[in-house]
Design a protein around this ligand. Structure first.
Ligand code: FAD
Length: 426
């Protein structure tokens, strides 16, 4: 068969269902398509895909391209609408089947539908691969997903089996005649015009599965940080207070199942504890937020969120600008916002505080904050981002009414000596 692999947020070779059951006779072309709408500015004037994300993506694609070339496959990268690029390739190359990972949010589903429609009768085969527990393994229909995480966790823990890792890709034949598509490649200089990392950044993220697997090994087996994870995970300073797996998880260069099975291997070798369990617990949050997005569809992008309320959700451009640039006058918020602005990263504790401050103290619409995170965060994931924002804004799955982060008290608790604030405000 002549197979086109349409890479999306699945930018790896390990544990990848798109490659796992190919056979030696298959002729394969891997393709990545960057939709130009992601290169446009938001209504706020900043790009949807900010420079740190773009750099991370570029590194990821370079790494994937290197790995594929070891299998004699050539990753083709285009700028264009997937609904036009993929069908053009299908026609030019006489493709028999297109494979891709299924997404669940509206722009991504729109792309899937357009591709499927425009390549018919050639099939688009979609694989569920974004979560640890596949949606079809849940012990309830997605419409019955509990609105409380704890209820969800109790239902799935112990009941939903986690799949084994998929076999490595077999050797296949390349399909190499894709030059005359009429679509441009991403200009190298555009992507390579990367973001210089601020010297204060404690961790140097590099995109690609090679680095992802290196970090996994380092965090678990080489340096045993996982053995103290639950105690350190609310930290702000240093490289290892949390796993830092999220950027690789977000674009699929690291498989959540790989983390899970490595965690089990670690526990077999060194024993299990609350600390090791808590990594699994957090991965369940990640799954949960994706399932919330599946259950509620476009409501995760609406001011009233899944609560469907009609919140007072005004814009305030000058105040938003102060928040975005780390100039609100609240030193804890500002330190976190500057770290984000200058590195594309912020800790979970920081995210909760700055989000709460924007919504509850500055009274600015949470969607504005979510848009800035979307632009900046190298681990931006549509479900994790919007559903977390809804949660903090009080229009999501938080069981507590009117949760409020007192940022002064939070600073005293999590940055008692002011070390973190001195790093970013000094
Ligand atoms: P660890 O603490 O080591 O956790 C391990 C993994 O569990 C993470 O890599 C992540 O995949 C998952 N996880 C942990 N906490 C959460 C959570 N609250 N929600 C979902 N998954 C979680 N995470 C993203 O991956 N992308 C986003 O765009 C994103 N936006 C956020 C926006 C807001 C307002 C808030 C409050 C949180 C957001 N998060 C997002 C969740 C969380 O902050 C990050 O996943 C975490 O800080 C990443 O660091 P880590 O990999 O070291 O996490």
């Amino acid at each position: 068969m002549r197979i086109l692999i349409w890479h999306r947020n699945d930018l790896r070779l390990h544990d990848n269902p798109l490659y796992a059951n190919l056979i030696a006779k298959d002729r394969v072309i891997p393709v990545f398509v960057l939709n130009p709408e992601l290169l446009q500015n938001t209504t706020h004037g900043f790009p949807r895909l900010g420079k740190f994300r773009l750099k991370f993506l570029h590194e990821t694609l370079c790494d994937l391209s290197r790995s594929l070339s070891q299998h004699q496959l050539n990753l083709r990268i285009f700028v264009g609408e997937p609904g036009l690029v993929i069908p053009q390739l299908v026609r030019t190359l006489g493709i028999d089947e297109v494979r891709a990972t299924r997404e669940h949010t509206w722009e991504e589903v729109r792309d899937e539908r357009e591709v499927a429609r425009n390549i018919a009768p050639v099939p688009l085969r979609l694989f569920e691969d974004r979560t640890l527990i596949p949606p079809e393994r849940l012990p309830f229909a997605i419409g019955h997903l509990p609105d409380l995480f704890t209820e969800f966790r109790k239902k799935v823990e112990g009941y939903s089996r986690i799949n084994m890792l998929l076999p490595d890709m077999p050797e296949v034949q390349p399909l190499e005649d894709a030059d005359n598509t009429g679509f441009s490649s991403i200009p190298d200089d555009y992507l390579a015009d990367g973001a210089a990392l601020d010297s204060r950044a404690a961790f140097c993220f590099k995109g690609g599965e090679t680095e992802a697997l290196r970090r996994l090994d380092q965090y678990f087996f080489r340096e045993h940080h996982v053995a103290t994870y639950k105690e350190t995970r609310n930290g702000l300073v240093g490289a290892d207070y949390s796993t830092r797996f999220s950027p690789w998880l977000a674009n699929g260069s690291l498989s959540p199942r790989k983390i899970y099975h490595e965690l089990r291997r670690y526990e077999k070798q060194y024993g299990s504890s609350q600390n090791t369990y808590w990594v699994f617990f957090e991965l369940l949050w990640r799954d949960y937020f994706r399932f919330v997005a599946i259950k509620y569809g476009n409501r995760i992008f609406k001011p009233g969120g899944i609560k469907n309320t009609d919140p007072f959700c005004p814009g305030n451009a000058p105040a938003f600008e102060r928040w975005r640039s780390g100039n609100t006058g609240n030193d804890f918020v500002d330190a976190n916002m500057r770290e984000l602005l200058l590195t594309g990263w912020m800790s979970n504790r920081g995210r909760q505080n700055v989000a709460s401050y924007l919504v509850k103290d500055m009274k600015i619409c949470w969607l504005d904050g979510a848009a800035w995170f979307e632009s900046q965060l190298i681990d931006y994931d549509v479900c994790s981002n919007y559903v977390n924002w809804m949660y903090v804004a009080g229009v999501g799955n938080d069981p507590r009414e009117n949760r409020y982060f007192n940022t002064r008290r939070q600073a005293e608790m999590y940055d008692p000596e002011g070390t973190y604030r001195r790093i970013w405000l000094g």
